[in-house]
Design a protein. Structure first.
Length: 202
């Protein structure tokens, strides 16, 4: 069994399926489902990023190393965020102060950690895309999508500092936020699909 061939395909398949399910759960407004798939997505992302890192050439290793390191930090932040939602927030009777910090919908501390995590994911895809050598049209598309995705780092990292999201959480039903996340899923889903096709060819 060649794990170097199997793990990349499994990782990219996990990314593809979890991003699709995340979009679906957002559309039907099933928060527990979206929290659960967001707990699984980082594992697939680590597998996918490590696989691209493994095949990159020596002159691109620094970029690949940065991408993989950032993927690991992203994974840590996001798994803590969604494990908290599925355990402490879901099972405990929280005080109002604790709820403001820990409930995702309150746009407090845990929400900001979530955004920071996805900002680091965006930066990871930028450096991982930078490390790729694109040999065909599909790989060129994958590389471009990953690098352009790096732009999300700035909005995810700096917009929470403005207090914009906490102001938005005080009114409305969160539909605008869900639609924005669905749009992100539409953008990121081809990255998972093209990664799977890339690894299958290899």
């Amino acid at each position: 069994m060649d794990l170097n061939k199997m793990i990349p395909k499994i990782g990219s398949a996990i990314v593809t399926v979890t991003v699709f399910l995340f979009a679906l759960f957002l559309i039907i407004n099933y928060s527990m489902g979206s929290f659960f798939v967001c707990l699984i997505l980082p594992l697939g992302f680590i597998m996918m990023t490590a696989s691209i890192h493994n095949e990159c050439e020596n002159e691109r290793k620094v970029a690949a190393n940065i991408g993989l390191t950032l993927a690991a930090v992203y994974c840590t932040f996001i798994m803590l965020v969604y494990f908290t939602q599925l355990t402490t927030v879901n099972n405990e009777q929280l005080t109002e102060q604790a709820a403001n910090l820990l409930e995702m919908g309150k746009c407090g501390l845990i929400f900001n950690f979530d955004l920071l995590g996805y900002g680091l994911m965006a930066l990871s895809t930028f450096f991982t895309g930078l490390s790729m050598k694109a040999d065909n049209k599909a790989d060129k598309s994958l590389k471009a999508l990953m690098m352009i995705h790096g732009v999300f780092y700035f909005s995810c990292t700096f917009m929470p500092m403005t207090g914009m999201f906490s102001k938005m959480s005080s009114g409305g039903d969160g539909l605008g936020g869900r639609l924005a996340l669905v749009a992100w899923c539409v953008y990121f889903l081809p990255i998972g699909i093209l990664s799977f096709l890339h690894f299958r060819k290899r």
